[in-house]
Design a protein around this ligand. Structure first.
Ligand SMILES: Cc1cc2nc3c(=O)[nH]c(=O)nc-3n(C[C@H](O)[C@H](O)[C@H](O)COP(=O)(O)O)c2cc1C
Length: 183
């Protein structure tokens, strides 16, 4: 089982990447045979989308991003929230990929997460992402926001010091594994 994890930010050392590194360890504990890949949006950086640029050709990075999703059995995205919405790095990559094919997620089971420094837990960006997910071919398994990340994440152990959030995250990952098993 191959699970692709994507921090939806171009921070190389950000909190959404931290959350997904933790998710990778939880997945390995729950299903030792799982193969987890952590994608870096910086590897897919493209000019800001425009119709004129598309007319000149869709960048190879857009196809590579689309193909990375297509090669996975499941996808877990963790959205950074900028001004209540997506980061420009995610939006641009996603917009270009949607020009390869609007069904960016290609029928893949998807879990949507968000980590935020404040207590709102990325509520705005998660609402936008989950509401639109079905239009882009996502089999949405569930979502979870992790707020006050710096307070509850222990960088030394790489764990979350909030038992309720940890249990909800594990439950979501179990659901995702079950969705792949059933597919
Ligand atoms: C332009 C900008 C806008 C932001 N807007 C929000 C916001 O609306 N809600 C929020 O919780 N955090 C907001 N933040 C803080 C980010 O959530 C924070 O920088 C976080 O670390 C980003 O995730 P990352 O570290 O995974 O890149 C904003 C940060 C920037 C730079």
């Amino acid at each position: 089982m191959k699970i692709l994890t994507i921090p939806a930010t171009n921070s190389r050392d950000g909190i959404n990447r931290r959350l997904l590194e933790l998710v990778g360890r939880r997945l390995a504990a729950l299903r030792p045979t799982v193969e987890v890949e952590l994608l870096d949006l910086n590897d897919f950086e493209m000019p800001i989308y425009s119709g004129e640029r598309e007319a000149a050709g869709i960048p190879a990075e857009a196809r590579a991003f689309y193909d990375a999703i297509g090669a996975a059995d499941a996808v877990i995205i963790s959205y950074a929230e900028y001004n209540g919405s997506f980061t420009p790095a995610w939006k641009n990559t996603y917009d270009w990929a949607s020009r390869v094919d609007q069904k960016v997620f290609q029928g893949t089971p998807v879990v949507m997460l968000a980590a935020s420094p404040g207590p709102r837990a990325g509520a705005g960006v998660l609402a936008g992402a989950t509401t639109t997910a079905p239009f882009f071919g996502a089999e949405l398994v569930g979502s979870l926001g992790v707020g006050s990340f710096h307070q509850i994440h222990d960088p030394e152990t790489g764990t979350l010091g909030d038992p309720e959030i940890s249990a909800r995250l594990d439950a979501l990952l179990e659901l995702l594994i079950a969705a792949v098993d059933d597919a």
